[in-house]
Design a binder for this molecule. Structure first.
Ligand code: PMP
Length: 312
């Protein structure tokens, strides 16, 4: 996905023109991965853009900061307001939103408390041509030879930049093998998640997904889908998932801010169920996109309108 510049970026509390949001090459985060980030999406609706899972994403940003010792002076509500204001200022009908907190320039060395903690919020249009198609046809994935980090190595629950070396290795390997993406096992060989998505399996009408604490990122879309599944009366099991279940599942899908609810049509070359999007996946997609379009009531407050919040 190529970046399309927007007029403004929120940088350390102020709006600056896109081109002026610059950093030094000796920025700590660039050398040691000391950055945490979020990825959110604003969707176009007749009442203007709405942000999906704003509070949950901002809360996770603060949790990530706390886990990796990046203390933030701002409050969660100030960051939420800045996110909405950035979407509004850039006049996006719909967009991707990237908040980033990082250890900046000032000293070098693995632990450098002297480096300032900087924060930026970028918003830009999200244009991905194959998106609509893969939501219907599904994607082919392979189980990666790379594992997710063991619990006492990197903090899997923090969305910290350094963790994404693992994700990059997974995607690169998957593409080399002709898959769209990879599924990653945890250190014990149980299914954890995708390179940047959580994974769900449908088995005998029940929905299975690995629990938080099983080396996964606690996805906001995952939480949203669990809510929607509960609304639909689907039985949910958050439990360890053996690799073999991937080959015997009736349906598999991936969730994430970018993936939304993407069906998986094959794993390691073996078709999932009939090899087509299954009925449970389809009904969850219908609820998910229907809620975004306002066809279903947003019962749990997943959507925040940009316009109301920015007072225009
Ligand atoms: N796992 C990983 C490793 C991710 O990077 C993401 C994307 N943020 C997800 C899961 C899905 O999380 P979310 O639904 O919050 O986008």
């Amino acid at each position: 996905m190529k970046l399309t510049p927007s007029p403004y970026l929120w940088f350390n509390g102020e709006f600056v023109p896109w081109e002026e949001a610059r950093i030094h090459v000796l920025t700590h985060a660039l050398h040691y991965g000391s950055a945490v980030f979020e990825g959110l999406r604003a969707y176009a609706t007749p009442r203007g853009p709405v942000v999906l899972g704003l509070a949950a994403h901002v809360e996770r940003l603060f949790h990530s900061c706390k886990i990796v010792d990046l203390p933030l002076e701002h409050t969660q509500s100030a960051i939420s307001a800045a996110i909405l204001e950035t979407v509004h200022r850039n006049r996006h009908p719909a967009c991707y939103i990237r908040p980033l907190v990082f250890r900046g320039y000032g000293a070098l060395g693995v632990y450098s408390a002297e480096c300032p903690i900087e924060i930026a919020i970028a918003t830009f249009p999200w244009v991905k041509s194959e998106e609509a198609e893969s939501l219907e046809t599904g994607i082919d994935v392979g189980v990666s030879s790379w594992r997710r980090m063991a619990p006492d190595t990197h903090p899997a629950m923090a969305k910290v930049a350094g963790n994404y070396v693992n994700s990059q290795l997974v995607v690169a390997e998957a593409r080399r093998h002709g898959y769209a993406d990879g599924l990653v096992l945890d250190v014990d060989g149980f299914v954890a998640e995708g390179s940047g998505q959580n994974v769900f399996l449908v088995h005998g009408g029940r929905l299975l997904t690995p629990p938080v604490g099983d080396s996964i990122l606690a996805g906001v879309t995952r939480r949203c889908v669990l809510d929607l599944a509960a609304d639909l009366g689907i039985r949910i099991l958050e439990q360890r998932v053996a690799r073999e279940l991937l080959y015997t599942a009736d349906e598999i899908f991936l969730t994430g801010t970018v993936a939304e609810i993407t069906p998986v049509r094959s794993v390691d070359g073996k078709p999932v169920g009939t090899g087509r999007r299954g009925p449970v996946t389809q009904s969850l997609q219908k609820r998910f996109f229907g809620t975004l379009r306002g066809e279903f009531e947003d019962r749990r407050g997943w959507l925040t309108p940009v316009r109301a919040a920015s007072g225009t």
